[in-house]
Design a protein around this ligand. Sequence first.
Ligand code: AMP
Length: 542
Amino acid sequence: MKGLMQDWPLLCHKIIDHADIYHGDREIVSRSVEGPIHRTNYRAIGERARQVAKRLELDGIKFGDRVATMAWNTWRHMEAWYGILGLGAVYHTLNPRLFPDQIAWIMNDAEDRLLFVDLTFLPLVEAIADKVPSLEKIIVLTDAAHMPETKLKNAVPYEEWASEVDNDFAWNEFDENSAAGMCYTSGTTGDPKGVVYSHRSNVLHAMAVAQPDMLNLSSRDRMMPVVPLFHANGWSTAFVCPMVGASMILPGAGMDGQSIYQMLTEERVTMTAAVPTVWLMLLQHLQDIDGALPDLENVVIGGSACPRAITQTFQDKYGVRVMHAWGMTEMSPLGTVCSIKPEYAHLAGEEKLDLQAKQGHPPFTVEMKITDDDNNALPWDGETFGRLKVRGPAVSSAYYKGHGAEHFDAENWFDTGDVAHVDALGYMEITDRAKDVIKSGGEWISSIELENLAVSHDDVAEAAVIGIAHPKWDERPLLVIIRKEGSTPTKESILEFMSGKIAKWWMPDDVAFVDEIPHTATGKIQKTVLREQFKDYSFPGT
Ligand code: AMP
């Protein structure tokens, strides 16, 4: 017997329709790339998106065609985003922080036909456009008055391009499993891999994100996604905010501490989201100016592990609740949020901070397990760590063109490449990336745990731990450190500090002091490069 409910395809553009009808006047405030603050609302975004869809159609863009964006978070990016979706084309967000050749490679792999680009990135596009034969037109997200001279043949200003048509356009309807968007993984090894979101996965994922134990977002919020739309599906902010009718405060190109502080305070932001590096900058700025955050209630921190000191400062000094979150491009991206279940409500002080250092528990739609190398499930005791695997309706089933098939198994489990333990209540804590974990004498040592301990030393600015080949133990940890300016820690003082705080056999065999630790375009430590730098290193006495 079949259910007798309607088949109402879960299409992303229904989200902007909902926002237009029920939250039409809600403000979308952007710092424009040209400078001034710009104000609009969901009703206007919806109308403009229809105009964009109609104009794209005039350019010959069809269902399933890829349309790239290389842009900051602004209202124009939102208009383009929904215009692409409502036509049935596929948005493809490009990360401008990647190497130019890598961007060209990605655009060719996706066969992007059009590109929406911000003024900031025009020189970058000028450098690579000739290498992307599929690219027919470049729409610069500005107006004619601000359009610079460019050697690009097919570059047009967005405002004038869009105004060639009106907004009388009916959204296309199609199967909810159709591709909606693409985002390539940052790829610390090998070529980047294309993740392809569907309309259905984006809608279900946004519904999961909004839940009270996840971001708990509502029409009463003024949300500022500092995380750019080009990182991991923009952490779903372009979907979840209009879905619940939250105001959007969009920081544009202003990513420094002062600009972010200005938007947070002047626009009375209640929730914001970004990677830890952004929050370090903001906290430094707050300290410099002796500032306060009277309206901000929640800050979402993810992308890499949130240092305890950030959580403590936000909560104790500024009265802002920290939501530590974990996710991946392949998961749309949300996997877990560390919200507090009633069983843990009594925790306070250090114990609460211990809990908040964990990445948290998943929403409905994310299944999770940890396994050993032979795929045997491991216990959820909060200690035993293993490979973290996930599945669900907003988790990739494959990469574009079938690359990286080894990450998926026959039962649809996706191997995240993270190593984690899980406690009895389902709270997950990442202990490493699978390729970074140090395998010593058949046991695993968590490089992240050693790094966290090392950076809690007053004289350490940044730390990275890598495994170095060892004749007896297979691998042993080498601790690489950047000293804080003006301090002179020694190997002995660091090791003495760490001693007694971790198992004896976890202690690094040596400490190397460096001026720089390499990072990827998304701010993660690039251990492949570090391992390459230390490839000729051997431990004293081996
Ligand atoms: P990306 O797809 O570029 O967002 O990278 C996803 C990876 O970032 C995950 O597999 C983790 O290794 C890492 N990551 C994301 N959030 C966290 C977090 N809260 N703590 C530790 N690692 C994280």
